[in-house]
Design a binder for this molecule. Structure first.
Ligand code: ZN
Length: 185
């Protein structure tokens, strides 16, 4: 008896843009039995991770005849990628020049401005204060190993910065955590 081997319609959606970028007829046996958060696919030499599969199991997508995968491109960090050594930035370059030693300026969390902050070593947007501070401390230690002119200090939790590097590791005036090394551009 010839085996009945129906194909299903596979649709790939780019999670970043919401656009379907490929459709294909596939035999269910050529697809994973189930999709979970760790499933990755190699497509055209690029790695994509499955954000959401509808439906999630082979039985369900075989019965449905369709499978929609929402994918996020896995960003690999090449040597050309900028490495961050702090979690916050200020709004403009040279913000430090007008500041006095006793003045504080607000900073902005970098991970709120990037689509995939974890891929470049930044905490996820929903990370708790302790996790954020731990990552910031590790980055600060790297930055402290390199003399960089005009570096100041900041608190990655209160999002404030000051130009005086002498305040490094002294308590943040708001939360009391040790202040970390901060670059202005
Ligand atoms: Zn603080």
């Amino acid at each position: 008896m010839a085996s009945f081997n129906p194909k299903i319609l596979l649709t790939l959606v780019n999670e970043a843009t919401g656009e379907a970028f490929a459709t294909s007829e596939m035999a269910p046996v050529d697809l994973p039995e189930s999709f979970d958060a760790h499933t990755t696919l190699q497509l055209g030499g690029e790695e994509w991770s499955v954000v959401h599969a509808d439906p999630q199991t082979r039985e369900a997508y075989t019965n449905a005849g369709t499978l929609i995968l929402r994918l996020r491109k896995v960003e690999t960090i090449g040597s050309e990628t900028i490495g961050f050594s702090q979690l916050d930035i200020t709004e403009r370059f040279n913000d430090d020049e007008a500041l006095q030693a006793d003045e504080w300026i607000s900073t902005t969390a970098l991970n709120a401005t990037l689509s995939n902050p974890e891929s470049v070593g930044l905490p996820p947007p929903d990370a708790g204060s302790d996790d954020v501070y731990r990552i910031a401390l590790r980055l600060s230690q790297l930055r402290e190993a390199i003399p960089i002119p005009n570096d100041g200090v900041y608190c990655p939790i209160c999002h404030i910065a000051n130009i005086e590097l002498a305040k490094l590791r002294t308590p943040c005036p708001k939360c009391g955590r040790g202040l970390l090394k901060f670059g202005w551009e």
